[in-house]
Design a protein around this ligand. Structure first.
Ligand code: NAD
Length: 276
């Protein structure tokens, strides 16, 4: 039986994932601020160090998969730390232990917000792994009402870019560890409950996350996907962000997700023609 470490295991998507895995007989080490095997605060470097050390100890040094789910949505600077460093440093901290598993897997939870508007300077500071600078930049936005909600979106975009940057490297793919992500749409959890409580809130959320397929999601829609990505069956997905969002990303980004390759394709055709 496999051993899983799940951050954010006390609520919402992380809790549903932990419960499903346990029901299937797996060992789950939950990591959360409360109600978890490992209680730690992923918003600080020392909290993250403690989370890694305690999770490895609780698993007796044998971990097959890590699911980084913990996150917060408040329009505050600390959101950048939890949603970005709470995932990157936790995953990196566990990685050496994970690599010893015969079938190691790592998954993180971003959001459909990865395609929403964002603060480029905050994303850039996060990707430079400069937490002090990221907190300073996010702190300035926190004090600036009209754009503070973009702190969350920036953190989710940064973690999405980190996933793409890291997954094919020797540290992950080279060590035989598929590293992938899930981008949920509007999932009914304690995080979204206050946002969906009023007519006005629902209208705002539905406008920013248009969902043509099956409307708002249950936690199980994401838990099932996380469990598959963390399973032995997932052998070849590498650095993929799976948008499980009822079509929101498709509506927002549009049909053409492939034009980035147009110049390359043109070159290939030109070269092929030149060779004939
Ligand atoms: P939730 O609030 O129900 O659960 C989040 C969990 O993370 C909680 O148990 C909380 O205690 C934990 N957590 C928060 N800060 C922490 C910290 N500093 N240290 C340790 N643990 C901490 O939220 P959810 O809706 O289940 O969200 C889970 C993930 O899914 C988040 O990363 C969120 O951004 C993402 N997501 C959610 C939705 C949605 O619609 N609910 C959509 C897209 C992405």
């Amino acid at each position: 039986m496999r051993t899983y470490v799940i951050t954010g295991s006390a609520s919402g998507i992380g809790l549903a994932t932990a419960e499903s895995l346990r029901a299937g007989g797996a060992t789950v080490i939950g990591v959360d601020r409360r109600d978890a095997e490992v209680e730690a605060d992923l918003s600080t470097p020392s909290g993250r160090d403690k989370a890694v050390a305690d999770a490895v100890a609780a698993a007796s040094g044998s971990i097959d998969a890590v699911i980084a789910c913990a996150g917060v949505a408040a329009p505050r600077a600390v959101t950048a730390s939890v949603n970005y460093f709470g995932m990157t440093q936790f995953l990196e901290g566990i990685r050496p232990v994970l690599a010893r598993s015969p079938h190691p897997r790592a998954v993180l939870v971003s959001s459909v917000s990865v395609v929403h508007p964002y603060h480029p300077d905050l994303v850039e500071a996060l990707l430079r792994d400069d937490e002090a600078e990221a907190l300073a930049v996010a702190g300035a936005y926190e004090a600036d009402d009209p754009t503070k909600s973009l702190i969350y979106q920036s953190s989710k975009r940064a973690i999405g870019l980190w996933l793409r940057r890291e997954a094919a490297t020797t540290a992950w793919a080279g060590a035989g560890i598929p590293l992938n992500g899930v981008a949920p749409g509007l999932v009914l959890t304690p995080m979204t409950a206050p946002l969906l409580a009023s007519e006005e809130g629902r209208a705002k959320m539905n406008a920013s996350v248009p969902t043509p397929l099956n409307h708002h999601q249950t936690v199980q829609t994401i838990a099932d996907l996380l469990i598959w990505l963390a399973s032995e069956q997932n052998t070849h997905l590498c650095g993929q962000m799976l948008f499980c969002d009822g079509g929101a990303e498709l509506v927002l980004r549009g049909v053409d997700a492939y034009s980035f390759a147009d110049a390359t394709v043109a070159t290939v055709f030109a070269n092929a023609g030149a060779g004939q």
